[in-house]
Write a protein that binds this ligand. Structure first.
Ligand SMILES: Cc1ncc(C[n+]2csc(CCOP(=O)(O)OP(=O)(O)O)c2C)c(N)n1
Length: 388
């Protein structure tokens, strides 16, 4: 019988999944997958080797995720964003995993990881443009960010191919493939995972298991007890970590990255919970209870991490109000820049597909432009962005 998402086992205990799926030969991960329990207790000897500045930065990025989520949802409600997928509740799993990556690593997103993209260097303006449907925002080559994959599972084989390329080129880099718990149920994911282990691709499959795939709870969309244990069948390693514990997530992804860069693809499953709706188009009250949400609200990651910072004596160095104001200002500036962005035209759809547009696509573009010249009224039926 599969085990539904619930409270992670206390530190020191192993879950069935972890006992069977270890990274390399080490059993370290078995006892260290949760470092900071929901009440803020921890063993100081297990705190990852991060400077005080980094520990504070982790908090700041989690706050970035929270504020960006809140403000993007508000913009969507005002009709200024197409749609938006909030990561509220998942701040620790989003931020700590990306914080464990190296600058040269590539991130293949699926959409619910705003702060991870920003940590990677993607401009906040471009994140807004992306959610407004501006194709140009998908071009983040300089920041090692692939376009977010809206079709579930499709970025997995592409990301594995990219990782394989990194290995063939002898790069000291990995591809981190962010995804949800519904993704491994797709054919694309299974083909990608299988291929990754055959070619020893430096691909890190980073699953945020937030309990649901839209309205389908985890146990309704797979018979497996966990995502991490699926790694075994594909000949990979798997780690299941408490996704609301930023220290454990950082530690797990850090260790996994070292393993992956040596050509050992690995699945890291961060068990967390989506507190907001799936997207701004969803009504979660139709499929989950208030009690369940409240249970997880009490375990949300920012307060847990705040108590850790207090215990470490670092909270005194943080002016949360000033930090919030700074992030709000950053958001305002990015919004103004997004609003000022040139609206573009129909050629935008074709612009970044190829370095040199093939003849048949050039023909299509010319045909489209000629049609619009002849029938300018057709523009009324084309939804134009940006929405503001
Ligand atoms: C190929 C395909 N089928 C269906 C959808 C509709 N869809 C959008 S998100 C989603 C569920 C994703 O769930 P999960 O992988 O658990 O990620 P989460 O959004 O919960 O973080 C589905 C089915 C899609 N985008 N692509």
């Amino acid at each position: 019988m599969s085990k539904p998402i619930g409270e992670p086992a206390p530190a020191g205990e192993t879950s069935h999944a972890i006992a069977e799926c270890t990274v390399a030969e080490s059993t370290d991960m078995l006892t260290r997958y949760q470092l900071l329990d929901p009440d803020g207790n921890y063993d100081p000897d297990t705190v990852p080797d991060l400077s005080d500045e980094d520990l504070i930065e982790l908090f700041r990025w989690m706050l970035v995720q929270q504020i960006v989520d809140q403000r993007m949802v508000k913009l969507q409600r005002r009709g200024e964003m197409g749609t938006y997928a909030s990561g509220r509740g998942q701040e620790a799993s989003i931020v700590a995993a990306s914080y464990a990556l190296e600058e040269q690593d590539w991130l293949f997103p699926y959409g619910r990881e705003a702060a991870a993209l920003l940590v990677q260097g993607m401009p906040l303006r471009d994140l807004m443009l992306y959610w407004r449907g501006v194709e140009d925002a998908n071009m983040q080559k300089d920041h090692g960010v692939f376009p977010p994959a809206i079709a579930i599972g499709t970025h997995i084989p592409v990301g594995v191919g990219h990782a394989w390329g990194q290995r063939l080129a002898g790069e000291d880099a990995i591809s981190a493939l962010y995804h949800g718990d519904g993704h491994p149920s797709t054919g694309e994911y299974q083909a990608g995972a299988n291929f990754a282990s055959v070619v020893d691709a430096p691909a890190l499959f980073y699953c945020q298991n937030n309990g649901y795939s839209i309205s389908a709870p985890f146990e309704a969309q797979t018979g497996a007890a966990s995502v991490s244990q699926k790694a075994l069948a594909w000949g990979m390693d798997g780690i299941r970590v408490d996704g609301n514990d930023p220290l454990a997530v950082y530690d797990a992804v850090r260790q996994a990255r070292e393993h992956v860069v040596d050509g050992n693809p690995t699945i890291v499953e961060a068990v967390t919970y989506r507190l907001d709706a799936h997207t701004t188009n969803d009504d979660p009250s139709r499929y989950r209870t208030d009690d369940e949400v409240e249970w997880w609200e009490r375990r949300e990651p920012l307060s847990r991490y705040r108590s850790f910072l207090e215990s470490e004596g670092l909270w005194d160095e943080i002016d949360e109000e000033a930090m919030r104001a700074e992030i709000d200002d950053w958001f305002d500036e990015a919004k103004a820049a997004a609003d000022a962005y040139d609206p573009g035209g129909v050629e935008e759809m074709f612009r970044h597909l190829y370095d040199d547009l093939p003849a048949e696509l050039e023909d299509q573009l010319a045909e489209f432009e000629a049609f619009l010249e002849e029938r300018p009224d057709a523009m009324d039926y084309i939804e134009e962005r940006p929405k503001r």
